[in-house]
Design a binder for this molecule. Structure first.
Ligand code: 4AD
Ligand code: MG
Length: 464
């Protein structure tokens, strides 16, 4: 690969055989031709210089076009100390050495200049061949692998919970139902694509103490924003023997800090130096990482404190759409103000009102009737908003049964499999879910999580 060639700079070979790639650009002059080749293995491209000696070579070289896949059978290594890149390959006999593997159509849409992401999103079959989106896919691979390494080293066991399920974990009714192609139920039973694997993770945590998963989750939400997908990936972890939200935020912050440190060590490999105009430059990306790595621990405030701060600010300069009110969910403009304008750093918001959150969260005690809060947190990043959310789970059978009843849930015992876990050696436990595309998009300096997944699924996108 081209990556292998760059590794050989310290001890370059004289000749190189069988180089494969796609042409990024061709420059044909009277006496010389220059090719720029990419193969997706790294940020670098490979420059090829071809001295032209005969007219049949010119005729052949005129057939080379951006986007074609080619194979170079043999070429000479040539150092180029005067130019940007440290070396190039020289081809003495292009007719013998270059073969065109796959041609392109007349209208190959990815000519060299930078295209807008909006345009690229309309080309799901070709867009990953651009340097920007190719590096975003490699970045995703790096992030997933690092997250797994960090969790394994913290003794979390990787598990694989199901994607097909009968329950709505978040109780928000955003389920996709699974039917056979002839519109029959799943073997006569209700079946949905999972919105979160948490309920199954809780079962596994009760045998493994600490477990995690990285799985696709599905939500039938119509929100057409740059932060919502109908199919996205979530890193979820669950751990036993913890009582308070602080234990969870500490684990999450430590995982993310170690992840970002390893990004920083590899920044020149991960982030293209020249990015698209609409995205952060490498320098700005690194500054964003450094902001996250600020030695001061990330801010942590309760929901009630947040509402007080937001109300103060509202008195001075009102929010555009929503007045902050205790008992109401925080709106995007509120979250933006907190993380971006006020703290300018990540912030954990804890202990939301019980009715703003899902049924499984543990109610804080003592509580004021009508003002109950739950032991939970959301992690907000500036310019992205919510990246992760989690909670301590209600581990008491009676308390959970009562809360489910209060919400009109489990009337036909459909969640008994989950509830009854509280009857068999129940322990205090909790966990969280981290949106992988939101994290990747943010760390890469991109503004739309649709670019952080290879094939986006959303209410407005096409489906292949
Ligand atoms: O806050 P959520 O809904 O939490 C849960 O599902 C919990 N059961 C997780 C747990 O405790 N194990 O989702 C968690 C994260 C969000 O913070 C967000 O980053 C991401 O998942 N997320 C989405 N990402 C992209 N598109 C969507 N439609 C998303 N919905 C949630
Ligand atoms: Mg949430």
């Amino acid at each position: 690969t081209i990556k292998d060639l760059y590794k050989r700079i310290v001890n370059p070979p004289r000749t190189v055989q069988n180089v494969n790639g796609w042409i990024r650009s061709v420059r044909l002059m009277k006496k010389m031709a220059f090719l720029d080749i990419q193969d997706g293995s790294c940020l670098e491209t490979l420059k090829i210089a071809i001295p032209i000696k005969q007219s049949d070579e010119t005729i052949f070289l005129k057939r080379l076009k951006t986007g074609q896949s080619i194979c170079i059978a043999s070429a000479q290594w040539q150092e180029t100390p005067q130019r940007e890149q440290p070396f190039e390959l020289k081809i003495e006999d292009p007719l013998q050495s270059i073969s065109i593997r796959g041609n392109v159509t007349e209208n190959y849409p990815l000519q060299k200049k930078n295209h807008s992401l909006l345009f690229l999103r309309s080309l799901p079959t070709l867009k990953h061949r651009t340097m920007y989106l190719g590096s975003l896919m490699r970045f995703r691979s790096f992030i997933e692998q690092r997250l797994m390494n960090v969790l394994q080293s913290d003794d979390f066991v990787k598990v694989s919970p199901p994607v097909l399920t009968s329950s709505d974990c978040e109780g928000a009714g955003e389920l996709f139902e699974v039917k056979t192609a002839s519109s029959k139920n799943y073997f006569g039973k209700p079946c949905y694509l999972t919105v979160s694997t948490q309920l199954h993770l809780e079962i596994l945590a009760m045998s493994l103490s600490r477990c995690y998963t990285l799985t696709p989750c599905f939500r039938a939400e119509r929100s057409d924003t740059n932060r919502h997908l109908s199919e996205f990936w979530m890193l979820e972890l669950e751990m036993c023997f913890i009582n308070d939200v602080r234990s969870l935020t500490t684990v999450l912050e430590s995982i993310l800090r170690r992840l970002i440190e390893s990004c920083l060590e590899r920044s020149s490999e991960l982030i293209p130096e020249v990015t698209l105009q609409e995205c952060l430059s490498r320098e700005d990306v690194i500054n964003r990482w450094k902001m996250l790595l600020n030695p001061e621990p990330w801010k942590l405030i309760t929901y009630t404190e947040a509402i007080n701060m937001l109300s103060e600010k509202h008195k001075i300069k009102p929010f555009e759409k929503y007045e902050p009110k205790w008992g109401e969910p925080l709106q995007t403009e509120h979250e933006k103000w907190l993380a971006e304008a006020h703290f300018q750093s990540p912030v954990f918001i804890t202990d939301y009102p019980r009715d703003c959150k899902a049924f499984y969260m543990k109610t804080n005690t003592p509580s004021i009737p009508g003002k109950e809060t739950v032991a939970c947190f959301d992690l907000l990043f500036p310019e992205m908003g919510e990246i992760a959310g989690g909670s301590i789970r209600e581990d008491n059978y009676n308390a959970l049964a009562h809360e489910m009843h209060r919400r009109g849930m489990n009337s036909s015992g459909e969640l008994d499999w989950y509830l009854l876990l509280r009857r068999e050696g129940s322990v205090p436990h909790g966990g969280f879910g981290l949106g992988i595309e939101r994290l990747i998009s943010y760390l890469f300096g991109n503004h739309n999580i649709r670019d952080a997944i290879a094939f986006q699924r959303s209410a407005t996108g096409t489906i292949d």
